[in-house]
Design a binder for this molecule. Structure first.
Ligand SMILES: [Zn+2]
Length: 208
C-alpha cells in the first residue's frame, strides 16, 4: 500500500521501476515494475525486511536468522542500544527509558540531535546495512527510484539519508545506480491510505 501510495501520489510519481522500503517496528517494502505494483507468483513479493544479511545473525520473528529487520528496524536498533546501556555505556536515553516502554523513533531523533554517541553509532550501523540491502536490490532490479519511509526515516531522514546513500554507493554497481534516486517519502503515515485509494482506482477502474 505504501509503495502504491508513494508511486501514485508522492514524489515517486514519475518513476517506472521503484522500490519502497518502510523502516519502523519492522521493515516492509513494495515493488513497482513498469508503473505497476509487482505482487509476485504468490502475492508475497516485497518482503525486503526478511532478506537475510547475515546467516548467523539474530533470530527474526519469521524464524530465520539475520534478516534485514533484525539489524535495521527501529526495534532492532533499540534492542542493541538497551543491550549496550546495560554495560554501563553513557547515553541520554538512560534517563528516559524504562523496561516496559519501547524506545520510540522521536526519542532516537532527540538523542541524535543532542549528539548522543551511542545512539549515533547504532543508527549509523543500521544505515550501513540499509545501504547494503538497497544496493543488492538495485543490482538485481535496476530501479530508477527508492523511496524510504516509516517512523524512523520520518524522524531522522536528514541524518540517515546521507549515510544510507554513502553506503549504497559502496555496494551498488555503477550501471544499476546511475540514474537511481533515493528519496524520503513525503506523504508521512498517510502514504498507505493513498495506496488504498490507488488500489481502489485500479480495482474499480475509476479515478478518485
Ligand atoms: Zn525474518
Amino acid at each position: 500500500m505504501g509503495a502504491l501510495g508513494a508511486h501514485k501520489f508522492g514524489e515517486a510519481k514519475k518513476s517506472r521501476n521503484m522500490l519502497a522500503v518502510f523502516i519502523g517496528t519492522g521493515i516492509g517494502g513494495g515493488i513497482i515494475i513498469d508503473g505497476k505494483i509487482y505482487r509476485g507468483s504468490n502475492y508475497s513479493a516485497g518482503e525486503i525486511g526478511h532478506v537475510i544479511v547475515d546467516k548467523n545473525g539474530p533470530v527474526c520473528g519469521c524464524g530465520n536468522k539475520g534478516c534485514f529487520e533484525t539489524f535495521a528496524s527501529r526495534s532492532a536498533i533499540a534492542k542493541n542500544i538497551v543491550a549496550e546501556l546495560k554495560t554501563k555505556k553513557k547515553s541520554i536515553l538512560k534517563k528516559i527509558i524504562s523496561p516496559n516502554k519501547p524506545i520510540k523513533s522521536r526519542m532516537l531523533a532527540a538523542a541524535v540531535k543532542s549528539n548522543d554517541r551511542l545512539v549515533i553509532k547504532h543508527i549509523s550501523n543500521a544505515c550501513d546495512t540499509i545501504g547494503l540491502v538497497l544496493a543488492n536490490s538495485a543490482n538485481l532490479m535496476n530501479f530508477d527510484m527508492i523511496v524510504l519511509g516509516g517512523g524512523l526515516i520520518e524522524a531522522l531522514d536528514y541524518f540517515m539519508l546521507p549515510k544510507i546513500k554513502e553506503s549504497f554507493k559502496k555496494y551498488a554497481f555503477k550501471d544499476a545506480s546511475k540514474n537511481l534516486k533515493i528519496i524520503a517519502n513525503n506523504l508521512g503515515d498517510d502514504v498507505a491510505l493513498y495506496g488504498g485509494i490507488a488500489l481502489a482506482e485500479e480495482f474499480l477502474k475509476i479515478k478518485i
